[in-house]
Design a binder for this molecule. Structure first.
Ligand code: FE
Ligand code: FE
Ligand code: ZN
Length: 294
């Protein structure tokens, strides 16, 4: 199993690897800067080299590591052209940073259409991606399935398919499914196989290159997007385990984006639960007492 969590980039790639190891993870996902803004500092290549050495030693395969683009870039809306162009240039730059680090996958949110026509916006997303991806791009962009909050695009399999169909370099585009987003968009994960079959028919299962494993604070179809710790939400532990251990998704990296408990990361404990396939109802107490006594 390939499993990890979101980690922070405060101490560069080396810091990411150290966090992943401390959680018992064999992969991780990071933002190259704050997710809410587009301020980026110069990459520290010495730090990156040390990270590579540590990954080799710890059997962390760089091919399974995921970068996540900041969620404020919006490829869907072209109303203010300069903003759309800024998003395109910013993502080109992020891809460049990934290439320098040797990272193969970058998750991107499709964007929001605001007051505009949805179909037009789906086309804007593809157009933007066609500016970003070239024949020599070494990073595969993964479009994330969204919850349907506000005017988000990419909220069902057909919309994702529409975006993908218009991409020129199809081998450089894939999909990241987020379990919380699927639930909130109206997919009942009790019947995950139905979803997967439809996805396979429309897009192809082999396009799923990353899974965000989150429980949800809200009910099916709520269009909310608030993540919950695994087993504590409306999706439930068993349904998540079923997805994580799905035969057809064996080699797909699974990334936890569940919320911190107080100021502490829950991932070490959630990963343990996943390996043991056993729900821990005292997860929150365990996390707090572990990190308090560290
Ligand atoms: Fe995301
Ligand atoms: Fe996600
Ligand atoms: Zn989310």
């Amino acid at each position: 199993m390939i499993i990890g969590s979101h980690v922070n980039f405060n101490n560069g790639l080396l810091g990411c690897v150290k966090q992943a190891i401390s959680y018992g993870a064999n992969t991780f996902m990071f933002y190259t800067g704050a997710p809410q803004n587009t301020i980026r500092k110069e990459l520290d290549l010495n730090n990156a080299n040390l990270a590579m050495k540590l990954m080799e030693k710890e059997n962390i395969d760089i091919n399974n590591i995921i970068c996540h683009a900041p969620y404020i870039v919006n490829l869907a809306n072209k109303e203010i052209l300069s903003k759309w162009e800024f998003s395109i240039n910013f993502l080109k730059n992020e891809i460049n940073r990934c290439e320098q680090l040797g990272i193969k996958y970058m998750v991107v949110h499709p964007g929001s259409c605001l007051k505009n026509d949805r179909n037009e916006c789906l086309k804007n997303i593809s157009d933007a991606l066609n500016y970003i991806i070239n024949y020599d791009t070494k990073v595969t962009i993964l479009i994330e399935t969204m919850a349907g909050k506000g005017t988000e695009c990419g909220i069902n399999t057909l919309e994702i398919k529409t975006i993908l169909d218009n991409i020129i370099f199809k081998d450089k585009i894939g999909v990241c499914i987020d379990t919380c987003h699927l639930n909130d968009s109206g997919i009942d994960l009790k019947y995950f196989d139905d979803y997967l079959n439809e996805f396979d028919k429309l897009i192809g299962i082999n396009k799923i290159k990353c899974i965000h494993v989150n429980d949800s604070k809200n009910v099916l179809g709520s269009k909310k997007d608030r993540h919950e710790n695994i087993g504590f939400g409306t999706i439930g532990f068993d349904n998540l385990i079923n997805i994580i251990y799905h035969d057809k998704l064996k080699n797909v990296p699974k990334i936890l984006e569940t919320p911190y408990i107080d100021e502490y990361p829950p991932y070490k404990f959630e990963i343990k639960e996943i390996y043991e396939k056993k729900y821990n109802p005292s997860l929150k107490e365990d996390v707090i007492s572990y990190y308090k006594n560290l």
